[in-house]
Write a new protein. Structure first.
Length: 217
């Protein structure tokens, strides 16, 4: 029988958790520091990186850096969601977005989206070689540079040879720095996704470009 009683609180059905994990805010910093949310469960979406925004259901360059709970396999289902139990594995220490998200009334979460976001620089110790390495990668391989080089391709204009060569150099530099990070800091795949975000070539399809045309041979 259909219920006409208005639901006023989250019924913990888990549907939101399967659409993607939350983005972390400054308020969530202690959850990371205390190990409730380990960095190997966080993926960094770098500033200007094309990323899916579940709230507007489209892909667009991120307005700023975002630390997002990673997915499960190739799905964006939150890493902490336990499908067999239909449950959150960190419910008592879940991030602020999860506390605010109520699918029948999104006003609470809408008020905080994109505001006071947690950044890698607030988590990694600034007095370390690792911090400098991450900063150097960001300076050498910013997504804003790829956006500038490839933007006209997204508008349907074919890129001149020199722009294609510049994109190839940027993609190669990103991969070289990743290899250095893996060799020097012994990053696991998950740690690499936190410290350096996703490899830049992953974003080429957003610009209508085929990664295989720009990857080093
Ligand atoms: S942290 Fe928990 S409540 Fe939040 S999306 Fe993941 S599984 Fe759901």
């Amino acid at each position: 029988m259909t219920s006409y009683i208005k639901k006023t609180e989250c019924k913990r059905c888990g549907k939101c958790c399967t659409k993607g994990g939350p983005v972390l805010h400054i308020e969530d910093k202690t959850l990371v520091e205390e190990g409730h949310i380990p960095i190997n469960r966080i993926i960094t979406i770098r500033s200007m990186e094309p990323a899916h925004s579940p709230h507007i259901n489209t892909v667009e360059p991120a307005a700023s850096e975002m630390l997002k709970i990673s997915g499960q396999g190739k799905e964006w289902t939150c890493a902490f969601f336990q499908p067999s139990l239909n449950n959150c594995g960190v419910y008592k220490t879940r991030p602020i977005e999860c506390k605010l998200l109520f699918c029948e009334d999104t006003a609470g979460i809408s008020a905080v989206i994109g505001k006071e976001l947690l950044q890698r620089s607030q988590i990694i110790d600034k007095n370390t070689e690792l911090f400098d390495f991450v900063q150097n990668h960001e300076n050498e391989c910013p997504f804003s540079m790829l956006h500038e080089m490839a933007g006209q391709s997204r508008k349907g204009t074919s890129l001149p040879e020199n722009s294609r060569a510049d994109i190839s150099k940027l993609i190669a530099k990103d991969l070289v720095l990743r290899d250095k990070g893996i060799a020097h800091f012994r990053f696991s795949v998950e740690e690499e996704l936190f410290y350096l975000g996703r490899p830049m070539y992953f974003s080429l399809p957003y610009y209508g470009l085929h990664p295989e045309h720009f990857l080093p041979s």
